[in-house]
Design a protein around this ligand. Structure first.
Ligand SMILES: NC(=O)c1ccc[n+]([C@@H]2O[C@H](COP(=O)([O-])OP(=O)(O)OC[C@H]3O[C@@H](n4cnc5c(N)ncnc54)[C@H](O)[C@@H]3O)[C@@H](O)[C@H]2O)c1
Length: 378
């Protein structure tokens, strides 16, 4: 029964791609079993009439506005989800905190390292509950990778790889948008888009790079502007970060790959951890497949079919496959549970410190690429 549960009343600032994805996650909240918190979308702010019209179809929404300060002034809002271009993160996140609201911030948590630090510091000072969006840890396959690493049966680690690959930018006729322009997306380019997703699990496992050697690529330097002309496209398209991490006193190579130009890849997030005794691999390309390696008399990679084994149980049949909307909903369940003090030993959303750590890696990557050398991290 939803009525008896504590309500988490949410306002969204930025009702574009992710704002509407969040609305659909709240609309499906009843799929969660035994959740002490009920998510309710009550207010939405966007600058576009067509998007505000779309949110009229969400029955719980009582306030639609183009002025985020009006949303923040509403006593009916407890938590604000902000999903806007990166150049607006710092000012809007700080406004949310000043208004005394809790925040689920979208990545990359500020346009650059300085912005991320300023948001992190303001969050700590405010005492509000602040987390950053990163949903792939909540796929059942990723949860199994985490368990395999934490069980410490992989032996001495040989190599870690985590990546996120897209390919739609391979089409040179794809029109420009804010994600392809430094002034909106940030100088870190594709790392701001995809990087939080690749570093979150490693950072949570304590694998913070000690040094970074980065290869950054800009392939298409202009794109159609949608008005018959061409516009400059100045963001990094692909970023390969070769890093060293310390695991059990040994340096281990860890490669973090962020690519907008990865032929054939639709939205492929993956992680692979290889050790002398065992290994584990998961990719959203095969969302129900977990690969585990065991070294015995013979060396065997074993494939396990996964189903809907979620950290926050759902009414969905255990054999059914999972996808992006499922892990995004699970991330919100983790946010709500941690905010309510009921997360237990489950994986929590990315913290402000982890978001700052991700920016430290990206800043070092920019420096590494500019100077063509490995850069040490503190
Ligand atoms: N977690 C994920 O998997 C994921 C995926 C895509 C994007 N993102 C992140 O989400 C954020 C938004 O990306 P998107 O793809 O939804 O972008 P989008 O362009 O689809 O939506 C952004 C929206 O913000 C609105 N907006 C701009 N300025 C505003 C203001 N001052 N007040 C209110 N609304 C304003 C725009 O009108 C637009 O509708 C970015 O930080 C991006 O990195 C996260």
């Amino acid at each position: 029964m939803l009525e008896g549960k504590t309500a988490m009343r949410i306002g969204i600032i930025g009702g574009g791609l992710m704002g509407r994805e969040a609305a659909s996650a709240f609309g499906r909240w009843f799929v969660l079993n035994d959740m002490p918190v009920r998510a309710e979308l009550v207010a939405v702010c966007d600058l576009q009439d067509s998007l505000l019209d779309w949110f009229k179809g969400v029955p719980t929404v009582r306030l639609l506005t183009k002025d985020h300060k009006e949303l923040l002034a509403s006593p009916a809002v407890d938590v604000v989800y902000v999903a806007v271009p990166h150049n607006l993160h710092e000012s809007l996140y700080l406004d949310v905190l000043r208004a005394g609201k809790d925040l689920l911030a979208e990545k990359p948590f500020g346009i650059d390292l300085a912005a991320a630090r300023s948001i992190r510091d303001a969050a700590a000072k405010s005492g509000r509950f602040v987390r950053c969006s990163s949903e792939f840890p909540f796929m059942p396959g990723t949860q199994r990778v985490l368990q395999a690493v934490q069980a410490a049966k992989l032996g001495r680690l040989l190599e870690i790889r985590c990546g996120f690959h897209h390919s739609s930018d391979l089409d040179p006729t794809k029109p420009i948008n804010w994600k392809r322009q430094n002034k909106f997306c940030g100088e870190i380019g594709v790392m701001g888009d995809l990087g939080m997703h690749t570093v979150h699990v490693p950072l949570r496992l304590g694998w913070k790079p000690r040094r970074v050697y980065a290869q950054l690529q800009k392939i298409y330097t202009q794109r159609p502007d949608g008005k018959g002309g061409m516009a400059a496209c100045d963001t990094w398209d692909n970023a390969m970060l070769h890093t060293d991490v310390l695991v059990d006193g040994h340096e281990v190579p860890m490669r973090l790959e962020q690519k907008r130009l990865a032929p054939g890849e639709m939205n492929t997030w993956y992680i692979e951890v290889l050790g002398t005794e065992g290994g584990v691999k998961f990719s959203t390309k095969e969302p129900k497949t977990l690969w585990t390696f065991a070294r015995g008399k013979e060396q065997v990679w074993q494939r396990t079919d996964l189903g809907h084994q979620m950290a926050f149980p759902t009414i969905t049949g255990g054999i059914f496959e999972t996808g992006f909307p499922d892990c995004f909903l699970q991330m919100w369940a983790a946010y709500a549970a941690e905010r309510a003090g009921t997360l237990g030993n489950r994986f929590g959303c990315a913290t402000p410190d982890e978001a700052v750590a991700s920016h430290e890696i990206f800043a070092a990557a920019l420096q590494s690429h500019a100077e063509k050398r490995a850069v040490e991290l503190a």
